[in-house]
Design a protein around this ligand. Structure first.
Ligand code: AMP
Length: 397
């Protein structure tokens, strides 16, 4: 079955068509600047990337252009829409309502809408994509795969914040966690690579990309994760602050004459390694700056790595041990310097890094610890689209 995987944002939309039998990507791309002007990027497997400026006033129009590209006589990958067996949507916030993926029904849409005040930027945009697909493909089954669902197994002690309980009762303010599709996919794959049943393993997954989070996976279940009510908590990220004393917000609001929206804009978009370095949110730029002697670039990377190191320690404690550590996402898969800075400080766990393998590992599966390391450390590329396609097939079959 071919699955159309959609990740819909407020003005953009990423898509892939995946053949679920071979798990090959038939075509992928994105629509950008929806509602502004519009641009379609389309890459068929083995073909040239095409970029077209097209008028995209709505998401429905954007998805129509995607369908046109997929069924184009010359460069398309399917003859007609009938060859799409299902649509899988990435949905960001399922609150406490969704502990697993689900077939999309009117009731599910209403429930996702009810979670929207927990993710006001993401959920409404995700649902626009769902509705547009329903209109354009009314007979094709659709599934929703939530970023938060994998973490619904966290115990109360891990997800409660130390604030008045009534805020949890009234508004469900608690830790939810994100990147769940990735943490689930990578932990499963790590267990396969380690060669043991996931039920018997304690795995720490470090998803280090522009957005970054860590997850403690005990017996295949998420028992703690670094992101919280929103994706702002936890690690230092490309432009997000991660953990910070909430009092700093009031202090900065007064000093900088900001309101709550203004300070959240700073913490989400101007902080992280971008804010620390003053150079870039991209670690390749920070590495180049560091090589040229820019001390703030070096400091930003060090602060980032130290926060990861602390969370690993915390999750070893939370699980009373660890059997494998996995690095994934843009940085985790590609940046050997960041991996070395973190893993070389895990000697207390009997972990030893194989520097040569680490240095040569980019974007591929590899064990980067030495043969006698007490705990294996793996690089495991994530594939959220494939995970969404697999979940979708399982739901619609
Ligand atoms: P992601 O959000 O998973 O796409 O990760 C994006 C981040 O990964 C970028 O900001 C880069 O800092 C980092 N990254 C991607 N490719 C490389 C690479 N080849 N070497 C070092 N860092 C990389």
């Amino acid at each position: 079955m071919n699955v159309l995987v959609i990740n819909c944002g407020s003005s953009s939309l990423k898509y892939q068509v995946i053949d679920s039998e071979t798990e090959q990507v038939l075509a992928k791309g994105l629509c950008e600047r929806i509602g502004i002007d519009g641009r379609l990027v389309y890459t068929p497997a083995g073909g040239e990337k095409e970029v077209s400026d097209l008028d995209m006033p709505t998401h429905k129009q954007a998805i129509q252009f995607v369908i046109d590209a997929l069924t184009n006589e010359k460069t398309g990958v399917i003859a007609s829409l009938d060859e799409i067996g299902a649509v899988g949507h990435r949905l960001v916030h399922g609150g406490e309502k969704f502990a697993c993926s689900t077939r999309i029904t009117d009731e599910v849409i209403r429930a996702v809408e009810e979670c929207s005040d927990l993710a006001p930027l993401h959920n409404p945009a995700n649902l626009i994509g769902v509705r547009a697909c329903q209109e354009l493909m009314p007979n094709t089954p659709q599934a929703g795969v939530f970023d938060t669902a994998f973490h619904q197994t966290m115990p109360t002690e891990a997800y409660m914040y130390g604030i008045p309980y009534e805020y949890y009762e009234k508004y469900r303010v608690r830790k939810y966690g994100f990147h769940g599709t990735s943490h689930s996919f990578v932990s499963k794959r790590t267990a396969e690579l380690v060669g043991k049943p996931i039920e018997d393993l304690k795995i720490i997954v470090c998803h280090l990309g522009n957005g970054a989070s860590i997850c403690a996976v005990d017996g295949g279940k998420s028992v703690d994760t670094s992101m919280g009510l929103s994706p702002l908590e936890g690690l230092i990220m490309g432009t997000r602050s991660g953990d910070i004393d909430p009092s700093a917000m009031e202090f900065l609001c007064k000093k900088e004459n900001l309101d709550i929206t203004g300070i959240l804009e700073v913490l989400n978009k101007k902080s992280g390694v971008q804010g620390l370095s003053g150079v870039s949110s991209d670690f390749r730029d920070l590495q180049a700056g560091s090589d040229e002697g820019n001390e703030r670039c070096t400091m930003a990377v060090d602060v980032f790595c130290y926060r990861v190191l602390k969370y690993i320690g915390a999750y070893v404690a939370a699980m009373n041990g660890v059997d494998a550590i996995a690095f994934t996402a843009g940085l985790g898969e590609n940046d050997s310097v960041v991996r070395r800075k973190i893993v070389s400080r895990l000697g207390y766990l009997g972990i030893a890094l194989d520097d040569a393998v680490n240095d040569s590992t980019r974007g591929k599966e590899a064990v980067i610890s030495t043969a006698d390391s007490k705990v294996p450390v793996w690089v495991v590329p994530t594939n959220e689209e494939l995970a969404i396609a697999r979940e979708t097939v399982a739901l619609v079959k």
